[in-house]
Design a protein around this ligand. Structure first.
Ligand SMILES: [Zn+2]
Length: 121
């Protein structure tokens, strides 16, 4: 099984290593609006606890993700009735991947909606 990028799950292991510029998947032009753009965080928005990613297991499915034209992309990941949000920040130093806590899918789906609306970040 491959994810939306066509990479194999094993590649999640090198999350912490800065990548060379030419092999990173930097921001790509926004050619359509099929994928959502998170709104700017509102004042008093909910703070998500971001933890260092331990890598993605092969059973995790990406159910939704934000547009890749922005430096930071978010993915809604689910597995076995639980879900979390995965954040990838792309900087000049490389990619930094962090994850929200694993929670029941319904809770994370609500959190995902809040994130897109600027009510959580
Ligand atoms: Zn875009």
């Amino acid at each position: 099984m491959t994810n939306r990028k066509g990479t194999t799950p094993g590649e999640a292991d090198d999350n912490d290593r800065p990548r060379q510029e030419d092999e990173s998947r930097g921001p790509v032009p926004c050619t359509d609006n099929f994928f959502p753009h998170p709104k700017s965080p509102r004042e008093g928005h909910r703070r998500i606890d971001w933890y260092k990613s331990v890598g993605r297991s092969s059973s995790v499915r990406v159910r939704d993700h934000t547009c890749e034209c922005t430096p930071t992309i978010y993915e809604l990941c689910a597995a076995g009735g639980r879900a979390h949000i995965r954040r990838t920040e792309r900087t000049a130093q490389g990619e930094r991947v962090t994850e929200s806590p694993w929670l029941r899918t319904a809770l994370v789906t609500a959190l995902w909606r809040d994130l897109l609306e600027g009510d959580a970040r």
